[in-house]
Design a protein around this ligand. Structure first.
Ligand code: ATP
Length: 454
């Protein structure tokens, strides 16, 4: 692998690649863009879906102790009173008296405006929730908020889930969805935006076992990122000190990633205690508890919350994957994305536009598409086509050449090692499934042979 790129360069190159290849565009670009809002293009939407899918599989599908949920973005305004967001969900901020720019106090290094050096106002609290009106009349009684986290939808449905699923403690509820925060300072590409997606876990446990489960989830969540290709040395756990804890939290750690702009939060893991269920029970007048069948007692579970950002995960996985490698006299740009995250799992590349080859290529493409997202590229030299697939992280390229007409075999090339195998077309599906599942590239299927590059 090549030398690491300087950080500023890396971010600029990544933003440019995302724009050029259709991962991410500025929102409403033809009108000049809308600050801190982003649109995911054809490749970005696949990457994002794959991240969410990997998370959902690991949490809801593969464990026995979880159920999923999908709650509405607009909720009863009392939810935000009970949760403390109306009062407490704010950032202290200051305005510059000269240029009027607004800054978060915790992000300032000096005492003057970072932009023009002007004098700053005293800090004031600024609520981060977006307000809107429900129904035709725009008055105080019709104010509703766009949710600033998905978690509250889980808490207010706690009793519904317990009653309908009969889950026993400890158990979890998982949700993926959009959240909105009127952030004062945004930036660093998709790192901090005003509309973003979260993947949230609320794990309900017996009080007294919460500290143990908190430790468990710290490890579990770190391992999830590592399993999908993030290097251990690019992750760290940072403990919040007392003064920094959110109003609901007994304890909190951030999982930080070594982003090009420095170590920053990827996921927050909090021990919320019984704060949310108690608050909602009090404000709604509805009991929110769990009947422990062993002791016949009603208990209010404690909650461990690992809360991850989808967009920040997209950025972290892209940063981790981006590489520029010397290759002969050129530089090869590669996204070393984990196969399960890569937008396309394979690309079908016929060596010539001549009919007999195209027919085989089309058949192979149609067959593989039944199982995976598979790209097809006919344009320009095979070398260029490999480069284009490397740059978007496609793990395998399948080349059909004139010999394929004779021997019914194709060449399969691995993105990271650039090694190639020659394998029977009849073995393609199984081979691709095995390699995508982690089988070493060198292991040959029946009838397969080594080809170039070994
Ligand atoms: P920060 O301190 O960076 O503003 P936070 O501590 O307020 O983040 P949490 O409330 O813990 O964030 O939200 C959980 C996760 O949701 C974060 O770890 C992050 O991945 C994601 N997230 C929060 N705010 C944003 C945002 N404005 N843009 C993108 N993702 C966000």
């Amino acid at each position: 692998m090549s030398q690491p790129l300087p950080n500023q360069d890396k971010m600029e190159k990544l933003v440019s690649l995302c724009r050029r290849r259709g991962f991410i565009f500025p929102s409403s670009e033809i009108y000049g863009g809308l600050s801190s809002c982003w649109d995911y293009g054809s490749l970005g939407v696949e990457l994002k879906r794959n991240i969410k899918q990997a998370w959902w599989q690991a949490i809801v599908q593969q464990r026995g102790d979880f159920v999923g949920l999908d709650t509405s973005i607009l909720m009863h305004p009392q939810v935000w009173e009970a949760s403390g967001h109306l009062k407490g969900f704010s950032d202290p901020m200051v305005d510059c008296k000269e240029c009027q720019q607004r800054w978060r106090t915790d992000e300032l290094e000096g005492e003057v405006c970072p932009s023009c050096g002007g004098e700053l106002t005293e800090p004031r609290q600024f609520n981060l929730m977006f307000k809107t009106f429900m129904g035709p009349v725009e008055d105080d009684a019709s104010i509703v908020y766009l949710r600033p986290e998905t978690a509250q939808g889980i808490f207010v449905n706690f009793q519904n889930v317990v009653n309908t699923t009969r889950k026993k403690l400890p158990f979890g509820i998982a949700q993926i969805g959009k959240s909105f925060r009127n952030e004062i300072t945004t930036g660093n590409f998709i790192f901090r935006s005003r509309e973003f997606e979260q993947m949230e876990i609320e794990y309900f446990v017996k009080p007294g076992t919460d500290e143990e489960w908190f430790e468990y989830w710290l490890k579990e969540r770190m391992d999830w990122y590592i399993g999908l290709g993030i290097k251990k040395e690019n992750l760290e756990l940072r403990k919040h000190d007392r003064g920094e804890l959110a109003h609901y939290a007994r304890e909190c750690f951030d999982i930080n990633y070594n982003f090009p702009m420095g170590w920053s939060e990827l996921e927050g893991i909090a021990n919320r205690g019984d704060f949310d269920l108690v608050q909602h029970a009090e404000h709604s007048g509805k009991g929110l508890s769990y009947l422990d069948e062993e002791t016949n007692e009603h208990i209010v579970p404690y909650i461990i919350e690992p809360s991850a950002g989808v967009d920040r995960s997209v950025l972290a996985f892209l940063c981790e994957a981006y590489d520029e490698e010397p290759d002969k006299d050129e530089i090869r740009t590669v996204l070393h994305l984990h196969p399960s995250l890569a937008p396309y799992k394979a690309a079908v590349l016929p060596l010539s536009k001549k009919e007999p080859l195209i027919q085989i290529a089309d058949e192979i493409h149609a067959e593989l598409r039944r199982c995976w997202m598979v790209s097809y590229d006919l344009a320009q030299s095979i070398g260029r086509r490999y480069r284009r697939q490397d740059e978007i992280g496609t793990p395998y390229c399948i080349t059909i050449d004139f010999q394929s007409l004779e021997d019914k075999q194709v060449t399969i090339r691995e993105r990271d090692s650039m090694k190639q195998l020659r394998i029977p077309i009849s073995e393609l599906n199984n081979t691709l499934a095995a390699k995508l599942g982690g089988e070493a590239f060198e292991i040959l299927p029946p009838g397969g042979s080594h080809w170039l590059g070994f």
